[in-house]
Write a new protein. Structure first.
Length: 132
């Protein structure tokens, strides 16, 4: 999930390998009986504890794209459904807390992102979905 507000993006620091210590987009795998969008919301909430009601998140989705390059992940064939959530800029950045397999969650100014600090192709995903 790509959550943006007021020039910031919500990222998690990976707590385990692969990519331990690198910044990443919140996300994970789809459970057996859920659709991809519901999985994205569940993982977002599990990893960041974002203090935004689910209905607001659902209503703030602005874009979607599938990233499916067969070589995009060292974990093997991994498809990523990237959803962009644009939260209202006239509000304070919501409270967050790293949880689940995320060591930390943070609002990072988009202008501070660097490819080297990001897990796998997450910088490229952000670059494609958000005007950097």
């Amino acid at each position: 999930s790509i959550v943006i507000q007021s020039g910031h993006i919500l990222l998690v620091k990976r707590g385990a390998m692969p990519g331990k210590g690198l910044w990443a987009l919140p996300g994970g795998f789809v459970n057996r009986y859920e659709n991809a969008f519901d999985a994205a919301l569940r993982e977002l909430r599990e990893e960041t504890k974002i203090a935004v009601p689910e209905a607001v998140l659902r209503g703030s989705k602005t874009m979607f794209r599938l990233f499916e390059d067969p070589y995009r992940s060292e974990r093997g064939r991994t498809l990523t459904n990237a959803y962009v959530f644009e939260l209202r800029p006239d509000k304070k950045l919501p409270k967050i807390k790293g949880s689940d397999d995320a060591a930390k969650a943070a609002w990072v100014p988009i202008s501070n992102l660097t490819r080297e600090a990001m897990f796998e192709d997450h910088y490229d995903i952000i670059e494609t979905m958000v005007n950097l």
